[in-house]
Design a protein around this ligand. Structure first.
Ligand code: 13P
Length: 287
C-alpha cells in the first residue's frame, strides 16, 4: 500500500540520512526502482512530473500501475507516489487520482500567492493524510520545458511556508536540474544552514540530485536535507545501456529485438544507479 512520505522523512531527518526520490517514466523504470528499494530494504519515493504523467496516460493509470506492482512484486518497504513540481491544478488532479504525496511548486508566484495556494493544499492533504512538499526559491535548469534561474531562497520566506504545516520544503540553494555547468558555483551551505536554523525539524528537499559531488550531498544531509531528487542520472544510465545494446548488435541476435530484451539493459542500469544513490544517501536498511 502506498504511504505518505511524512513518516519516512521524519525518521530520515532525525537519523541524518536522506530518502531518494527517483522519477519514473514507464513500467520498466518503476519496476527497477521498486525492486531495488525492496532488495536494499530502503524507503523510496517515486516522483512523477506532469509531463511524465501525460506520457504514462494520466495519473489514474500510474496509480493503478504502482499499486498493482506493490502487490504483485510483494513490496513491503515504504513507498510514496509523489507529484513532482506540480501546478495547482495538477496537485488537485493527483489528490483525486490517489497519489500519496504531492509537490506544489508555487515558487514562480509572488510569495503571498505561493502561501495562499499552498495553504489551500495543506488543508486538502491533511484531510486525506497525504504529504505535501512546497517550494521557495526556484531551482535552476530545465524541468519539463520550464527554465529556472537557480536563485537562493530567502530563509524568512522558507519559515513562512514551513509554518503553514507542509510536510517538507524544497528551497533553492544554488542547485540545478540536469547536468551542472563547468562553472557551477556549488551549493550554498550558508543559505542551507540559515534555512535549517529557521525551519527546525522540517525535512528539507534537495532537487537536482544528478551530478552533485558526494561530499556536497553528505554535507547537505548533515544540514537538514532529508529527501534528494534524482531524475537525469537515471535517464542517462538508461540511454547509455540501451545505446550500447544496439551498437553491439544484440538486437539483431536471436530474439534480441523483443522489447522485453531491448529494455532490459536500461532497467539494469537504473537499478545500479538507484543502488549507488541509496548507499550515498544512507537510506539502505532504513525501511
Ligand atoms: P535531476 O534531473 O537533476 O536529477 O533533478 C531531479 C529533480 O530534482 C526532480 O524534481
Amino acid at each position: 500500500m502506498l504511504v505518505s512520505a511524512k513518516e519516512m522523512l521524519t525518521k530520515a531527518k532525525a537519523g541524518k540520512y536522506a530518502v531518494g526520490q527517483f522519477n519514473i517514466n514507464n513500467l520498466e523504470w518503476t519496476k527497477a526502482i521498486l525492486q531495488t528499494a525492496q532488495e536494499l530494504n530502503s524507503p523510496v519515493i517515486l516522483g512523477v512530473s506532469e509531463g511524465a504523467g501525460k506520457y504514462m496516460c494520466g495519473y489514474k493509470t500510474i496509480v493503478g500501475m504502482v499499486n498493482g506492482m506493490l502487490e504483485e512484486l510483494n513490496i513491503t518497504v515504504p513507498v510514496a507516489l509523489h507529484l513532482d513540481h506540480g501546478s495547482f491544478e495538477g496537485a488537485k488532479a493527483c489528490i483525486n487520482a490517489g497519489f500519496s504525496s504531492i509537490m506544489f511548486d508555487g515558487s514562480h508566484y509572488p510569495i503571498e500567492e505561493n502561501i495562499a495556494k499552498t495553504t489551500e493544499l495543506v488543508n486538502a492533504c491533511n484531510v486525506l493524510g497525504l504529504s505535501l512538499e512546497a517550494e521557495v526559491g526556484s531551482i535552476g535548469g530545465e524541468e519539463d520545458g520550464v527554465v529556472g534561474a537557480g536563485e537562493c531562497a530567502d530563509p524568512d520566506e522558507c519559515k513562512a511556508v514551513a509554518d503553514l504545516g507542509v510536510t517538507m520544503l524544497a528551497a533553492g540553494i544554488g542547485n540545478i536540474h540536469g547536468k551542472y555547468p563547468d562553472n557551477w558555483a556549488g551549493l550554498s551551505f550558508e543559505t542551507l544552514d540559515a534555512i535549517q536554523a529557521k525551519t527546525g525539524d522540517m525535512p528539507l528537499v534537495l532537487h537536482g540530485g544528478t551530478g552533485i559531488p558526494a561530499d556536497m550531498i553528505k554535507k547537505a544531509i548533515s544540514l537538514g536535507v532529508a529527501k534528494i531528487n534524482v531524475n537525469t542520472e537515471c535517464q542517462l544510465a538508461f540511454q547509455e545501456a540501451t545505446r550500447k545494446y544496439i551498437e553491439e548488435g544484440k538486437d539483431l541476435e536471436g530474439k534480441g529485438f523483443d522489447p522485453r530484451k531491448l529494455l532490459a539493459p536500461g532497467a539494469e542500469a537504473i537499478k545500479a544507479t538507484v543502488k549507488e544513490k541509496m548507499e550515498l544517501f544512507g537510506s539502505v536498511g532504513k525501511a
